[in-house]
Design a protein around this ligand. Structure first.
Ligand code: IPE
Length: 221
């Protein structure tokens, strides 16, 4: 079982507002199309989530519903693009979804595609948290984070392996769900041991990750 999260900064232009990165998504979809067996895909919200959180806040049902709507629209566009590449993608919206459905969806040969979202407690559901939860639930062997950086930086250089005793010095941009530091903390907090890679989300790297090759930085649990 593999769990792959494609960051919002890969599939959207993060400085824009609801700005879909068509070329990047096509690259990712074409890599996934070659090998999506036993895969759960999650994507971030990028400019379909973070600017909305800033604009509307998480203060009342209407603002939360607006944020959810934007995340769903991004998910629909991503799934549509996967379908264009003949991948049987099924969008799953964490706000409303029944997670117990995922194993059946997988078994029948579909590709479940979840996303960063909000919930009825007026909170953000980060895609990174979903990765950890699903990796634990499905006892994944391989977990990947396709991001807008080459891996984890230590002393200005991307390291091949990152262990608990190292201190990362690339924290990425800060947004509604935090930076590289939070990602690393979440990964180390996982109650399941598997291989975890953080890498730049492009065609070549996603292909390598899906075929089990080492790429970017491996986080050693
Ligand atoms: C954030 O999800 C969800 C919202 C802001 C509503 P993620 O944390 O997974 O998104 P990215 O990858 O940072 O864009």
């Amino acid at each position: 079982m593999k769990v792959l999260k494609v960051g919002g900064s890969v599939i959207t232009h993060k400085d824009g507002f609801e700005s879909f990165n068509e070329l990047a998504i096509e690259e990712i979809c074409s890599a996934i199309a070659e090998n999506y067996r036993d895969l759960i895909l999650i994507h971030g919200a990028g400019s379909f989530g973070h600017p909305h959180v800033k604009k509307f806040g998480l203060k009342d049902p209407l603002s939360v519903a607006r944020i959810h709507d934007a995340c769903v629209r991004l998910n629909e566009r991503f799934c549509k693009k996967l379908l264009d590449f003949n991948v049987p993608a099924i969008g799953i919206h964490p706000f409303t979804c029944d997670f117990s459905k995922i194993s059946e969806i997988l078994q029948k040969g579909f590709l479940p595609v979840l996303h960063g979202d909000v919930n009825s407690n007026f909170e953000i559901i980060s895609g990174d948290d979903l990765v950890v939860k699903l990796a634990e639930d499905f006892k994944a062997e391989l977990v990947g984070f396709a991001t807008n950086v080459d891996g984890i930086y230590v002393n200005g250089k991307v390291v091949e392996k990152f262990t608990r005793d190292l201190r990362a010095d690339s924290f990425g941009e800060s947004d509604a769900t935090g930076s590289m530091r939070r990602k690393i903390e979440r990964i180390f907090g996982m109650k399941h041991t598997c291989r975890v890679f953080i890498f730049r989300g492009n065609w070549e790297n996603v292909k390598k990750f899906l075929s089990g090759k080492a790429i970017g930085t491996e986080v050693i649990l």
